[in-house]
Design a protein around this ligand. Structure first.
Ligand code: HSE
Length: 308
């Protein structure tokens, strides 16, 4: 029977993961956004915000509506939908808030239209929405938000995305300090060219991270979670970032870095207990500097968006 309404969960994601600038990301089990998508009998997208944060309700400016419109255009569909947002991921927090909404919207609309696309084929539509948020069509939040797990974007033209195996006891602590870093602004801080020596180190680290995740080699993962492209420029506004990193590593983090464009920071950890204590250490770093923050402790999620 044809459904008129659906509710979708879109997970938070950690992108870049150190050396994988625009190329690597993974999904978290929580937090995530919820969205109800409902046929509205018109040819328009109508947005309702039930979240505790401000969102654009103009469909031309709202990332999820832009993603949905791009899907509908491809299908030559003139159906209209209500998109009802209950966001649990704070916009601008660095854990893929826009990607979660874009992914949830395209999954829901695709499902209501009888699943003309497989989930992986929805990535380019969701990326159109991401472009509105960040000024670039990167897929390192969108791909894991849709597919789950750890995703490597090997190439963009054409899109070539591969799920990477990872150890079952890999957990992640994310701390979101209540500071704001806008992805579009922070991308402008990153140099457009890098010396060959830097590129070589970054390639080595990304290859090492993928190999370490695939083989469950924690020391290799730890040696590889280093970003030389973006993090050094983006963390200038995070107080004492190198101290935070050192404290997290001392507390048992396997690797710590900026989550996406920040301000959230992530630590990969072996097991839930370790992730919890590393999360507390990172939170303490911010609270001793009078910055409020929120901790999320999660496994890497096998699942991307889920119909709930
Ligand atoms: N790869 C993107 C960036 C992720 O670093 O700008 C943004 O969430």
């Amino acid at each position: 029977m044809e459904r008129d309404e659906i509710k979708v969960f879109g997970p938070a994601t950690v992108s870049n993961v150190g050396p994988g600038f625009d190329l690597l990301g993974f999904a978290l089990e929580a937090p995530g956004d919820e969205m109800i998508i409902r046929r509205n009998g018109t040819d328009k997208l109508v947005l309702y915000n039930q979240s505790g944060c401000q969102l654009p309700t103009d469909p031309e400016l709202n990332v999820a509506a832009v993603a949905t419109a791009s899907l509908l255009r491809e299908l030559h569909s003139y159906e209209g939908f209500d998109l009802i947002f209950t966001k649990k991921i704070h916009p601008g927090s660095g854990v893929g808030s826009s990607a979660a909404s874009c992914a949830a919207a395209v999954v829901g609309v695709n499902e209501l239209l009888g699943s003309p696309f497989e989930t992986a084929a929805l990535i380019p539509f969701a990326m159109e929405g991401e472009k509105v948020a960040s000024g670039s069509t990167h897929a390192d939040n969108i791909a894991p938000a849709l597919l789950g797990g750890v995703c490597l974007i090997r190439g963009y033209d054409p899109l070539d995305i591969k799920n990477i195996p990872y150890p079952g006891d890999l957990w992640c602590a994310v701390v979101h300090p209540h500071l704001e870093i806008k992805t579009a602004e922070s991308r402008k801080l990153i140099p457009q060219t890098v010396p060959l020596e830097t590129a070589l180190k970054q390639c080595g680290n990304l290859a090492g991270l993928v190999a370490g995740l695939s083989s469950g080699d924690y020391p290799l993962i730890g040696r590889s979670v280093t970003d030389l492209f973006a993090e050094p420029y983006r963390t200038l506004e995070l107080p004492d970032f190198s101290v935070l990193k050192a404290s997290a590593l001392e507390a048992g983090s396997v690797g710590t870095g900026l989550s996406g464009s920040g301000p959230s920071v992530f630590s990969l950890c072996r097991g839930e207990e370790m992730a919890t204590s590393v999360g507390e250490v990172m939170k303490a770093h911010f609270s001793t500097r009078d910055i409020k923050s929120r901790i999320y402790i999660s496994r890497i999620s096998q699942a991307g968006c889920k119909i709930i």
